[in-house]
Design a protein around this ligand. Structure first.
Ligand code: SAM
Length: 217
């Protein structure tokens, strides 16, 4: 749990997730496609034909792009950093998908009231970038009509060490952005309180875990 005053301002997200990072992500995607964790989430999405997708913290938007190519109808991305927009626009134009994607800049927790529910909500490596996991997962779950898909760091000594080292480096470089290993039990509880049922947890190598929740009943 954390309070609004613990959340770094958007400028710190933009400072870290900047145009250079977006360019690296774009090049990586062009060369190798989605990372294994995102491919796993796409599989957990199942049949997406005609579905609407909400990609929270979607970066350059490659996961929603792939889901659109697999038959999803529309996608909305809500992203705290404005640094991804040029790369995202380039990819969307190339794939001729710009008219099926809405990109919003802002903190999804704060903007949630302005975003309509979607069939599928995805957060690929986002929970680890936000201090208040409870609020982020709760808002995401409330916006899910059918399926909520998450990738977050596994609760292991190795991930805690990596995150701590990254945070030390961020502090030394004067960046206010921080990363977190949030308790999985808290993530599950936040989704369940919003009426979702945990369908599957799937470890992805040593560092990450994918999880799928479905709307109960
Ligand atoms: C590690 S990046 C992952 C980007 C993308 N999901 C991917 O896998 O390529 C995490 C992203 O989440 C965004 N983010 C974190 N908390 C957010 C929030 N509350 N609302 C919107 N975006 C958020 C950050 O700005 C950052 O771009």
């Amino acid at each position: 749990m954390s309070c609004p005053c613990c959340t770094p301002p958007p400028s710190e997200y933009r400072r870290f997730f900047n145009r250079r990072v977006a360019g690296l992500e774009e090049r990586r995607y062009r060369k190798r496609g989605l990372p294994a964790t995102a491919r796993g989430l796409a599989r957990l999405a199942g049949d997406v034909t005609g579905a609407t997708v909400l990609d929270v913290g979607g970066g350059i938007g490659t996961l929603s792009l792939e889901l659109l190519e697999r038959g999803a109808a529309r996608a909305t991305t809500v992203e705290l950093s404005g640094g991804y927009e040029d790369a995202a626009a380039e990819l969307l134009a190339e794939h001729e998908l710009a008219d099926r994607v809405e990109r919003r800049i802002g903190d999804f927790v704060e903007q949630a009231g302005l975003v309509e529910p979607h069939d599928i909500v995805v957060l690929h490596r986002v929970v680890c970038c936000y201090p208040d996991a409870d609020a982020l997962v709760a808002r995401a779950a409330e916006h899910t009509r059918a399926r909520l898909l998450l990738t977050y760091p596994r609760e292991r000594a190795l991930t805690r060490l990596g995150i701590r080292a990254l945070n030390v480096w961020l502090r030394l470089t004067g960046c206010g952005f921080r990363t977190y290993v949030h308790p999985v039990a808290g993530i599950v509880a936040a989704a369940e309180r919003a009426g979702l049922r945990l369908e599957r947890r799937a470890p992805q190598g040593a560092l990450w875990e994918n999880a799928a929740f479905v709307r109960a009943g």
